[in-house]
Design a protein around this ligand. Structure first.
Ligand SMILES: Cc1cc2nc3c(=O)[nH]c(=O)nc-3n(C[C@H](O)[C@H](O)[C@H](O)COP(=O)(O)OP(=O)(O)OC[C@H]3O[C@@H](n4cnc5c(N)ncnc54)[C@H](O)[C@@H]3O)c2cc1C
Length: 305
């Protein structure tokens, strides 16, 4: 399948794009983490490709960051080049296909789809982070996963080549996509096959309702990176942690949320990523000691761990 992206001969000024020692704690959902040795916010295909070519030429590792709402960034920062996706936000509609760049916030993308008279993503309303991050981790809520309506993904390998994957639902499982195990790609654009609707106010109600539920449950009250662990088969990670009375347990500034045992919060703004990691290790050890279940992280560790 051809991609929608065209090449251009426009010259890219890398000096204007590259930022040294960018503080990444402000790009992290839990507000922790060190600096990127080098960072950039590409806003189009040409800039992205030029940045990847530069990284290859300089032999720099590349890390991709969306909203940072499912990642724990090391206090020692990220080596090489960190690509921040938040300026890759364009969207367009082709018939019933809603096509959107990776850096658009998922919640905003859902609003825009409704505005365009397209429905199907509403129950994911309120999930923080970007479209790219959601696809990589096959984000889901309310018995819906993003893969359910995903039709294609345009992704760039770090050699600068753009590829299109027509997606198949059976390649996506719980919090896992064909991109989850690849650290050599950036998801650039995705196409969602949605349903045309004239009932946009109904769609909006569904979306706002999903977001309101999250708000009511206190998910947004403190900086966090969402659920730390995947649910083990037939179990809820949160219930396992809660059964050990770990709600409120603290390491440094990191605390097991009193409302959601599977979330760690930075309640006083003083946590470090090291505190969070130590708390994660403690929870895993406790759960294993008492249940013989090994919890597996849903979050990703980025940088120098
Ligand atoms: C309060 C709260 C509630 C949450 N609720 C849910 C929920 O209900 N369901 C759910 O599934 N998740 C939930 N999450 C987790 C998180 O919001 C999602 O996983 C989200 O999709 C992550 O997107 P992101 O852009 O922040 O990803 P990031 O944290 O930036 O990145 C996650 C991973 O994806 C990679 N990545 C990011 N963008 C790209 C790209 N364009 N191309 C290639 N790789 C990329 C990163 O390198 C990293 O490995 C919640 C988080 C919070 C804080």
């Amino acid at each position: 399948m051809p991609t929608n992206v065209r090449n251009s001969d426009e010259k890219i000024n890398l000096d204007q794009l590259l930022i040294r020692h960018l503080d990444l704690s402000t790009h992290s959902g839990i507000r922790t983490g060190g600096k990127a040795d080098l960072a950039a916010y590409p806003s189009n295909f040409e800039e992205l490709r030029a940045l990847l070519a530069f990284a290859t030429e300089q032999n720099l590792p590349v890390t991709v960051l969306g909203g940072g709402t499912n990642s724990l960034i090391s206090d020692d920062g990220i080596a090489g080049l960190t690509i921040l996706c938040s300026h890759l936000t364009r969207r367009h509609v082709q018939g019933e296909m809603f096509c959107v760049r990776c850096g658009l916030a998922l919640d905003k993308a859902i609003d825009l789809a409704i505005e365009d008279g397209l429905s199907g993503l509403e129950l994911l309303g309120g999930i923080p982070g970007t479209v790219g991050g959601a696809i990589r981790g096959n984000s889901g809520a309310n018995k819906v996963q993003i893969a359910d309506v995903l039709y294609y993904v345009d992704y760039m390998t770090f050699d600068g080549k753009l590829h299109r994957m027509q997606t198949h639902l059976d390649e996506f499982t719980y919090r896992h996509s064909p991109f989850s195990d690849r650290d050599d790609v950036i998801i650039y654009e995705a196409g969602f096959r949605l349903l045309p609707t004239l009932q946009t106010s109904e769609a909006r109600k569904r979306k706002d309702g999903a977001k309101k539920e999250r708000k009511k449950s206190g998910q947004y009250d403190n900086p966090s990176i969402g659920c730390i662990f995947k649910n083990p088969q037939g179990q809820h990670a949160g219930s396992l942690i809660d059964s050990l009375n770990l709600k409120g347990y603290t390491v440094g500034g990191a605390q097991v949320s009193n409302r959601h045992a599977n979330m760690i919060i930075n309640s006083n703004g003083k946590a470090t990523s090291t505190d969070v990691k130590l708390l994660i290790d403690y929870i895993k050890a406790q759960v294993f000691a008492h249940t013989k279940i090994s919890l597996e992280e849903e979050i990703r560790y980025l940088g120098r761990w």
